[in-house]
Design a protein around this ligand. Structure first.
Ligand SMILES: Nc1nc2c(ncn2[C@@H]2O[C@H](COP(=O)(O)OP(=O)(O)OP(=O)(O)O)[C@@H](O)[C@H]2O)c(=O)[nH]1
Ligand SMILES: [Mg+2]
Length: 239
């Protein structure tokens, strides 16, 4: 299946894939937001052996829950499991730890994709006027994004690695010179790792995440710096 760029996409099937590990606090409201999005057919939550009630909360909110067994898990592998569990032509990824997310935010993220104006459409958290300007022009790491399923499937299995998956999706889009749309989801934030696991462990996990991201570029990682230039050339900022 191919969802081409440049024309409207009437009737394209779109499922939400929501990776979630120990997100019982927020998964229910995010499933509800995703279900309210007018383009969404089904919400699939991928739970990696959570030790809290993530699966129950997701299911109670109406999601189909796919459980991965305890063992090797990561955000990227959870996303791959969710995509494999769906036969939709397009996937809207939504993190389970968003705060303040509504169906309207997700509708707005989907519109440029559904109208065929962008192959990837991304929603960013709201960091306030100054930082939003900066964030909208940086390489996007946001988990809230819609892509045709082929874009996810174009990421080689060897590169399905933890938190670097968003960079890999960017790479597929940019190296094919496809268009991206970006917008701020007003008032949307997320529960940080510090809030989830405490200050010390949260900072440790955040440090590990950024280290893995930076190592893709420095020194001589396998992402080409000019990929970012292709990104900026194909970027439209929605207001
Ligand atoms: N199923 C599953 N979900 C995961 C795993 N790791 C992270 N997630 C989920 O992926 C989403 C994003 O993960 P976070 O750890 O919040 O990462 P982040 O939002 O990129 O980083 P922060 O800025 O620190 O919040 C959340 O819904 C997590 O529950 C995992 O190993 N398995
Ligand atoms: Mg998060």
């Amino acid at each position: 299946m191919s969802v081409p760029h440049g024309r409207a996409l009437p009737g394209v099937t779109l499922d939400v894939v929501m990776p979630a590990r120990n997100e019982a606090t927020t998964v229910g409201t995010n499933v509800a937001a995703a279900q309210g999005c007018r383009y969404v057919r089904e919400v699939i939550v991928v739970d990696d052996a959570s030790s809290d009630a993530t699966a129950e909360q997701a299911s109670a909110a109406g999601a189909r829950v796919v459980r991965r067994e305890a063992g090797v898990g990561s955000k990227a592998l959870a996303m791959a499991t969710g995509v494999a569990a769906s036969d939709a032509e397009a996937i809207l990824f939504v993190d389970a730890d968003c705060a303040g997310l509504t169906p309207v935010h997700l509708d707005e993220v989907c519109v440029p994709f559904m109208e065929g104006r962008a192959t990837m459409s991304i929603g960013f958290f709201d960091y306030g006027r100054f930082w939003n300007w900066v964030v909208l022009r940086c390489p996007p790491l946001s988990g809230e994004r819609v892509v045709p399923r082929w874009v996810f499937e174009a990421v080689p299995a060897t590169k399905l690695d933890g938190y670097t998956i968003e960079v890999r999706l960017n790479e597929v889009i940019c190296e094919a010179r496809l268009r991206t749309s970006a917008r701020i989801m007003e008032g949307v934030q997320h529960r940080t790792k510090r809030a989830k696991v405490g200050r010390r462990e949260g900072l440790r996990q955040t440090w590990r995440m950024y280290k893995s991201l930076v190592s893709l570029l420095i020194p001589l990682g396998d992402i080409r710096w000019r990929t970012y230039w292709f990104y900026l050339r194909g970027l439209t900022i929605e207001r």
